[in-house]
Design a protein around this ligand. Structure first.
Ligand SMILES: *Cc1c(COP(=O)(O)O)cnc(C)c1O
Length: 397
């Protein structure tokens, strides 16, 4: 069959591929411990489930909805953002879609012409670069160094800037590193973007998953000029344990939002109605579950971090947010005779029965990602297996 270049050249999602591989092995009866998942392991809170059931029974979920989102959800997004960010957005500055992933896909379609450049700090979420390419844009990767807590500086951004630079992505807290940009760093980056008319795409999806003494500052809150230059991307997947419901949203400049609504009108029509009603309850209802889940992640982080930091050949700082560890494992690989992280991760799966994601899809080939959206007992058992694996390889090589 004839397949288009754009599909042939596309990399499949590295994280989804890794969990599929782990699941395939599990299906053969192997006791695989999977640390690959990029989603909370809690069931969606009951008040949200009930709102969805009610919407179905009332017949509200049966029909097409306005493309930008149901009015109740647009209002809930505006008031949640008002409460969390202290910023007021108008109704025509908001769009809802089937997940933040599709919001980003649509956004790149709306803003990029062929050859337009988007600066993506590394390590980055696996879909950014491929989505930019699907929109005929060019991803420009700027290295966030591990020694700089994986954060890029204005000097680095300026060196990467060209007349074709349209946008930059800022994902704080970051998937995969868990790091958070400080207010000072964001001020510098935001002012730079304003000065050069570069759109800031703020992927704030982990904004509520911040631990210990760390503070998340949304870049849009730094100044009015920066807010105008920013599209805020968010969703209910990570904070409300609603990945399967597929609801994400964007807030920002109305001309960009209008273009996105037009694209949505010719592609998805509207985000799934029942999920939109559920999301209204998530954003407007009681927020106690969000804090309970955050607390559970924080406890895991604090329990596991000291142990993972002690694994032979692993180096990492303590993550500040999200729910991932992203250690540099180059020393462990050398110790065990590996030069390619793909081989290391493949053997970890087939020999130690622990599934993790290689850093390659995140633009960091010396790293692996381990998700602590996994219960503590499973994670600790997996750590034991990883340690045994490394020690056994070390002896034989
Ligand atoms: C999970 C994730 C998303 C997408 O979330 P949706 O489930 O599509 O709403 C976007 N950005 C990052 C960094 C993520 O980890």
């Amino acid at each position: 069959m004839h397949i288009a270049k754009r599909a042939n050249q596309l990399e499949p999602s590295a994280t989804l591929a890794a969990s599929a591989k782990a699941n395939a092995l599990k299906a053969q009866g192997v006791d695989v411990l999977s640390l690959t998942v990029g989603e909370p392991d809690f069931i969606t809170p009951e008040n949200i489930q009930k709102a969805a059931i009610q919407a179905i029974q009332d017949g509200r979920a049966s029909f097409y909805k306005p493309t930008a989102g149901i009015p109740e959800l647009i209002e809930a997004i505006i008031s949640r953002t008002q409460q969390d960010y202290g910023l007021t957005y108008q109704k025509d500055q908001v769009i809802v879609a089937d997940g933040a992933k599709f919001i980003l896909f649509n956004l790149f379609q709306a803003i990029l012409n062929e050859g337009d450049e988007v600066i993506i700090p590394t390590p980055y979420w696996v879909s950014y670069g491929e989505q930019v390419k699907l929109a005929m844009g060019t991803p420009i990767f700027v290295e966030g160094k591990q020694t700089e807590s994986f954060k890029v500086t204005v000097a680095q951004l300026e060196a990467a800037r060209t007349p074709k630079t349209q946008a930059m992505i800022l994902n704080s807290p970051s998937n995969p590193t868990g790091n958070i940009y400080s207010k000072e760093e964001l001020t510098q980056i935001g002012n730079w973007a304003v000065a050069h008319n570069i759109l800031i795409i703020a992927d704030d999806i982990y904004g509520k998953l911040v631990y210990n003494d760390n503070v998340f500052t949304p870049i849009a809150t730094i100044s009015e000029a920066i807010r105008k230059q920013t599209i805020v991307v968010n969703g209910v997947s990570k904070s409300y344990s609603m990945t399967g419901w597929r609801i994400g949203y964007a807030l920002g400049d109305e001309t960009i939002i209008r273009a996105m609504v037009k694209i949505a009108s010719q592609s998805i029509s509207n985000a799934t109605a029942v999920s939109q009603y559920a999301a209204v309850e998530a954003l407007a209802g009681a927020q106690t579950k969000v804090e309970e889940m955050r607390q559970a992640f924080e406890n895991r982080l604090n329990e596991i971090y000291p142990k993972i930091a002690l694994l032979p050949g692993f180096t990492l700082e303590k993550p500040q947010g999200a729910f991932y560890f992203f250690p540099n494992v180059s020393a462990a690989m050398t110790m065990c005779g590996y030069s390619d992280v793909n081989d290391f991760v493949a053997d970890l799966l087939t020999e130690a029965h622990v599934a993790v994601v290689t850093g390659i899809g995140f633009g960091a080939p010396e790293h692996i990602r381990l998700s602590y959206a996994t219960d503590l007992a499973t994670f600790e058992k997996a750590l034991g297996r990883i340690e045994t694996f490394i020690r056994s390889k070390k002896q034989t090589n």
